[in-house]
Design a protein around this ligand. Structure first.
Ligand SMILES: Nc1ncnc2c1ncn2[C@@H]1O[C@H](COP(=O)(O)OP(=O)(O)O)[C@@H](O)[C@H]1O
Ligand SMILES: [Mg+2]
Length: 408
């Protein structure tokens, strides 16, 4: 039996070619669609596609995009429509609806994209969400801040990567944030939750959580995005049965049930306050980005690119999951501006961490450093793993403190 899967954005960004490969590996006939020409696709994506269609208006004109996809797949039964890139999650749902394909509907998808609809649905079901108000105007933001109180967070209702997210501790900071928010149509004004920040990521099949992962951000993403000198860490937590994270796991399962998620990858963020209270952050109907799927893979020596594809295409998950390691991905930002001149500390790092280092991907000497605000991966990263949690964090800090890229 043929399994025809439409993959929206099969080649970009980030890990997409690996997911496309996963689909082909589990036996799907993959129909790739993106705005660009076939020549723009990375080789790995291209060789795993059976069909490709370039639709320049894919993200700008949904009816036209749907008409083009309809015409392209006429006479073919499409079994699944996937998009693992956040901005395409609702488009995928619209295509599903138009073609009569099972999976997240437009209404369900909107609750994974619009942070207000998300929190309304979850709050109504009894999930602890931050106090929140939606606002479209300066006056509404002001009124919202009065309702939730200081400190508050102001963020776009469909943001990503902490962009345009402001913490306001006072009226003066709120005024400063308002001055920078002009281009955003709608924001969430939220109660500021003081605590640690974790993730709960899953692969589901037919409404069951078949695989899950607990991640931990050091420091909190908003802090990491505010201070350039920080080397942000994403960690994979090995001891998922530990009571420390039980509240987040339970919340994660509840959230997916309330939002009626059935099959695919999910990525939830949650906060743990110092008094132990667990608070919902956000949830997305896609995998976490910034190479976090690699951390999950290194943790258990598995390949979730195909594990996800098996769930998506066949509705089952058969990877053996044994969590042997904690993992850490440490992102580096170069000092100075311009091109990378030298990298220091690699020798000491190899001496300190040895076999624990599983990947080093730093931009090479001579290449221009990246805009650290625009990319989560900045100027490169080091990935490591170790059975002991404290040792994993110590090694991650060593990468933060002892490895340096200098631009000039
Ligand atoms: N209510 C909140 N309380 C405390 N911190 C928050 C809150 N909302 C957002 N943040 C901070 O901003 C970051 C980005 O917000 P988030 O809702 O995760 O949006 P994004 O889609 O940009 O990741 C979070 O990881 C967290 O550090
Ligand atoms: Mg987030």
């Amino acid at each position: 039996m043929a399994h025809n899967v439409i993959m929206i954005m099969p080649g970009f960004p980030g890990e997409m070619p690996l997911f496309t490969r996963g689909l082909a590996e589990v036996g799907a006939t993959v129909w790739g669609v993106a705005p660009g020409g076939v020549n723009e696709l990375p080789e790995l994506a291209r060789k795993n596609l059976s069909h490709y269609r370039s639709i320049p208006e894919l993200f700008t004109n949904t009816p036209a995009a749907i008409a083009a996809i309809r015409e392209w797949t006429r006479g073919v039964t499409i079994d699944r429509v996937s998009c693992l890139w956040e901005p395409g999650v609702e488009l995928a749902a619209a295509v599903r609806e138009a073609l009569g394909v099972p999976g997240l509907t437009p209404l369900q998808a909107s609750r994974f994209r619009n942070k207000e609809l998300m929190k309304q649905a979850l709050g109504a079901a009894g999930v602890r969400v931050p106090r929140h108000v939606a606002a479209r105007t300066v006056n509404e933001v002001q009124a919202g801040a009065e309702v939730v109180g200081f400190p508050c967070i102001i963020k776009p209702i469909a943001g990503a990567g902490s962009q345009d997210t402001f913490r306001c501790d006072s009226q003066a900071e709120l005024d400063a944030a308002l001055a920078q928010l002009g281009h955003i149509e709608e924001v969430s004004v939220e109660e500021f939750i003081d605590g640690e920040e974790f993730t709960f990521d899953t692969v589901c099949a037919n409404g069951n959580i078949e695989y899950f992962h607990i991640g931990y951000y050091r420091p909190r993403p908003l802090v990491a995005r505010t201070l350039e000198w920080v080397s942000p860490q994403t960690l994979s937590y090995r001891h998922v049965d530990d009571p420390e994270v039980a509240g987040g796991r339970a919340m994660g399962a509840e959230v997916l049930k309330v939002l009626e998620f059935e099959t695919g990858f999910t990525h939830m963020e949650w906060y743990k306050k110092s008094d132990g209270e667990v608070v919902f952050g956000e949830v997305a109907a896609r995998p976490p980005g910034a190479r976090t799927v690699d951390l999950m893979n290194f943790q258990s020596d598995i390949d979730l690119f195909t594990g996800w594809a098996e769930a998506e295409v066949h509705g089952r998950f058969t990877l053996p999951v044994e969590r042997r390691y904690n993992c850490a991905c440490i992102t580096k930002r170069a000092h100075g501006q311009g091109r990378i001149q030298r990298i220091e500390g690699m020798d000491r790092l190899r001496e300190r961490c040895g076999d624990a280092i599983v990947a080093v991907d730093l931009i090479p000497v001579g290449s221009p450093r990246r805009d650290w605000k625009a990319t989560l991966l900045s100027d490169g990263h080091v990935t490591l793993r170790h059975p002991d949690w404290k040792e994993t964090m110590a090694m991650a800090d060593f990468v933060g403190e002892e490895l340096h890229l200098y631009a000039g």
